[in-house]
Design a protein around this ligand. Structure first.
Ligand code: NAD
Length: 454
């Protein structure tokens, strides 16, 4: 394997070990490999002119805290308040931001503030609609975590409200702002992959954490958690800490692996292909075996989607750690995104005389065929193109870029890529997958009725 390090940069040094790892196992015999380290754009250039966007964070649990830690690295936004239903999460949110700001158990008090430009929504999914609609009504721009909606009706209501309120909206699948996905989109658009009619992706994990069996903190009680507010827009039931912390397992609040994980794969695929559409059909199958702990959702889900011109095959398996690649299968090359690494492997389409099909031919007939074939192909065969690998720096945080894109849009009033329509399309694809699984049928998107049908 010949490695050509000419594109390595000294700005983000990469060890020889890492460099070799980038291409390991990807290079066909005789092909060369070219590895490139991608640079995140400087956050200074991502920042639109003007004062930083003043935002409040609603929901400071796992993701809310991650977002606040990433936001500390983005100079174009400043947190001026937080809200959460659980005492410890309110304290953790302040720790994550690293400075004292007003914090509340009731997010509406933050929306009343005139000094707040924008809202980051990182509540459980079933409350996205309520919080987003309240934020839009208060004239705020919104960054709402993925999946944008808990169901089709919620998503459509959010799209309408954002458009009517002329707000900037960003959905929170951060890989849409990832430099590796941007490079993949550039390669896809160039046509170098040839015709792509199949895209495969999966997001597999093999641990209780990967199946959302999160620990319940010892101080979690009906006194420290505002359970009634959590149950707004959900069926009433007695306090249940497991439901509060493991809400992804339950259909009243989450959408299982589809809403949690498919949405990242689908958002990535929409971003790379430019197909910003709802699939016309989805067929799912799967099972609930290992994590059969009273949850509503399967721990294995596999879905085939019909997108315009391309079949998309996804699965999420919570019983095997096979990682989370997306593979774009082109007639000229295969492009694979795996974490923050992108590999383009050319297909060997160099013309060759037939081999296998001649097994039933006589020696004389074979010879005649080969003589004629070589006479018709006098030029030496073209060299197989290089395998190309691109990677983000090891410490790259795409949430930083995603937040920076949102803050910039809030200043410029230009839509982000992952706006309310994009986010809603990705979320509806997740709802189609679940509809198919639970109704044991092909789920069809009726675009004129804006509804899922069996
Ligand atoms: N983009 C990503 O990679 C990523 C990763 C994890 C989670 N998420 C998404 O982020 C969201 C939150 O997930 P999580 O893992 O942080 O869940 P979590 O349960 O850890 O945190 C959710 C928090 O929202 C709070 N909350 C709920 N309703 C509220 C309300 N009305 N007012 C104020 N606070 C409220 C809860 O008290 C809780 O602390 C979900 O939509 C999830 O899908 C995205």
């Amino acid at each position: 394997m010949a490695i050509q390090p000419e594109k390595l940069t000294s700005m983000h040094p990469i060890s020889r070990r890492d460099f070799v790892r980038l291409g390991a196992g990807t290079v066909a015999a005789g092909a060369a490999m070219k590895a490139t380290l991608l640079h995140p754009a400087s956050l200074a250039t991502e920042t639109a002119p003007g004062e930083p966007v003043r935002f409040v964070s609603i929901g400071t649990g796992i993701r809310g805290c991650e977002l606040l830690r990433s936001a500390r690295k983005v100079p174009s936004g400043v947190c001026v308040g937080t809200a959460d239903l659980y005492e410890m999460h309110r304290k953790a949110g302040l720790e994550a931001w690293g400075a004292q700001v007003p914090t509340s158990g009731d997010y509406r008090s933050l929306l009343d503030r005139k000094d707040v430009d924008a809202v980051i929504v990182a509540t459980s999914d079933h409350l996205h609609r309520r919080v987003v609609l309240d934020a839009v009504a208060a004239g705020k721009d919104v960054y709402c975590e993925k999946p944008m909606s808990h169901n089709v009706a919620d998503g459509l209501a959010m799209v309408d409200a954002v458009a009517a309120g002329k707000r900037i909206f960003a959905a929170g699948s951060q890989r849409v702002s990832n430099i590796v996905y941007k490079k993949a989109a550039e390669i896809y658009a160039s046509g170098r992959l040839g015709e792509v009619h199949l895209i495969e992706g999966h997001s597999d994990r093999n641990s209780p954490s990967g199946a959302w069996v999160y620990p319940v903190p010892p101080d979690a009680t009906a006194q420290t958690i505002d359970w009634d507010s959590f149950l707004r827009d959900a069926p009433q039931r007695p306090f249940d800490a497991a439901r509060f912390f493991r809400w992804r397992c339950f259909a009243d609040y989450g959408e299982g692996v589809a809403g949690d994980l498919y949405v990242h794969l689908i958002s990535g695929i929409q971003c790379v292909t430019g197909i910003n559409a709802i699939p016309s059909r989805a067929y799912s199958t799967g099972s609930l075996t290992h994590f059969n702990d009273g949850r509503d959702f399967p721990d294995l889900l596999a879905t085939l989607y019909d997108y315009p011109g391309v079949t998309v095959s996804l699965h999420c398996n919570q019983n095997n750690d096979a990682g989370e690649p997306i593979i774009f299968c082109g007639s000229e090359a295969t492009m694979t995104i795996n974490g923050n690494t992108l590999t383009v492997t050319p297909q060997n389409t160099v013309p060759q005389p037939e081999g296998y099909g001649l097994n039933g031919w006589t020696a004389a007939a074979k010879q005649q065929y080969l003589d004629e074939w070589h006479a018709a192909h006098p030029a030496p065969p073209p060299k197989l193109a290089d395998v190309e690998t691109y990677a983000a720096p090891p410490d790259y945080d795409d949430t930083v870029d995603h937040l920076a894109a949102f803050f910039r849009a809030a200043r410029t009033r230009e839509h982000v890529v992952e706006d309310e329509v994009f986010g809603n399309n990705a979320a509806i694809a997740c709802h189609l997958a679940n509809h198919s699984y639970f109704h044991r049928t092909i789920a069809t998107w009726n675009a004129s009725a804006k509804a899922i049908q069996s």
